[in-house]
Ligand binder design. Structure first.
Ligand SMILES: Nc1ncnc2c1ncn2[C@@H]1O[C@H](COP(=O)(O)OP(=O)(O)OP(=O)(O)O)[C@@H](O)[C@H]1O
Ligand SMILES: Cc1ncsc1CCO
Ligand SMILES: [Mg+2]
Length: 269
């Protein structure tokens, strides 16, 4: 994790995004704060182009446009063909039919990291037919979780075993797994739920680290960085608005050691 943080600062890797219009700015700024480079695109040929240019791609389904019916599968396929890791954030899975279709479609080119809140991870495992234990989810309420992180454990492990990558479930305690180990990470702040895009930008930062590290290390580094920076920002702010500013400052100031020393609890999956 420390090496990933250090290498990103040294190499300034590009992790392009296809991501929602609500939080694009926060995603890009968080990617820059950790030392990465950002580029947001919408069109199918641009997705293929940036898949070739970038070290890893972030795809977030938060606010779909008709063109995404082409952009998302073509970009995921381009990543798979170029052996580039990509990060899936299945925001709002369950809203409308296109989201469902796209998540079904990209099962063919599995993401190196699937990042979402607990309800989204449970819903993806169900959609991909991966895990019978997962269908006790209550389903996302719009873009927010209604399930606990622990309720998504089996779904997260099933997705990681299927993809061969990592799954990061965010919440009060984060859970990250590669299908062999399950890691829990504490920290952050409840204020992160009052700033839209805390999760989206976590996915964007995971993509930056995936440019230089394996999926599990990248997901853990991003999660640990968020927990550290979130806790520090909460001490320095006076509410959600100043929290977001303090959070970006804290993210930019994190040392590799602070990220690597974040408390993590490992167990066998
Ligand atoms: N109660 C909490 N205490 C501490 N940290 C939290 C809490 N809730 C969420 N977080 C942190 O906030 C970040 C985003 O997680 P969250 O589950 O809110 O994502 P999300 O629902 O996908 O967000 P969004 O869709 O708005 O981007 C993670 O780093 C997570 O650890
Ligand atoms: C609020 C919201 N709506 C669609 S995407 C998004 C950002 C948080 O996921
Ligand atoms: Mg989200």
């Amino acid at each position: 994790m420390a090496a990933a943080v250090r290498e990103v600062r040294a190499a300034n890797p590009l992790a392009p995004s296809i991501t929602n219009t609500v939080t694009q700015n926060f995603v890009a700024n968080a990617q820059l704060a950790v030392g990465g480079s950002a580029a947001m695109v919408y069109l199918p040929d641009e997705g293929e182009c940036v898949a070739a240019l970038g070290g890893a791609v972030y795809i977030n389904l938060g606010t779909l446009l008709p063109v995404y019916e082409e952009t998302v599968p073509r970009t995921a396929r381009a990543c798979a063909e170029a052996a580039k890791p990509w990060v899936l954030d299945p925001v709002g899975v369950g809203i409308g039919s296109l989201r469902t279709e796209l998540i079904r479609a990209v099962k063919a080119w599995p993401a190196a990291i699937v990042r979402g809140n607990a309800s989204e991870i449970i819903a993806v495992a169900e959609l991909w037919g991966l895990d019978a234990a997962a269908d006790n989810g209550r389903g996302p309420r719009g873009v927010d979780a209604t399930d606990s992180v622990e309720a998504a454990r089996a779904a997260a492990v099933a997705i990681a075993r299927f993809s061969g990558g990592a799954v990061a479930v965010s919440g009060p305690t984060d859970l990250v797994t590669d299908g062999a180990v399950v890691v829990r990470a504490e920290g952050g702040s409840p204020l992160m739920c009052s700033v839209t895009g805390s999760g989206c930008s976590l996915g964007g930062v995971a993509a930056v680290y995936a440019c230089v590290a394996d999926p599990l290390t990248a997901a853990l580094a991003a999660t640990a960085a968020y927990n550290r920076a979130g806790a520090q920002a909460a001490e320095r702010c006076s509410g959600p608005g100043s929290f977001q500013v303090a959070f970006l400052d804290a993210l930019a100031a994190l040392t590799p050691e602070e990220v690597a020393d974040a408390p993590l609890a490992f167990e066998e999956a």
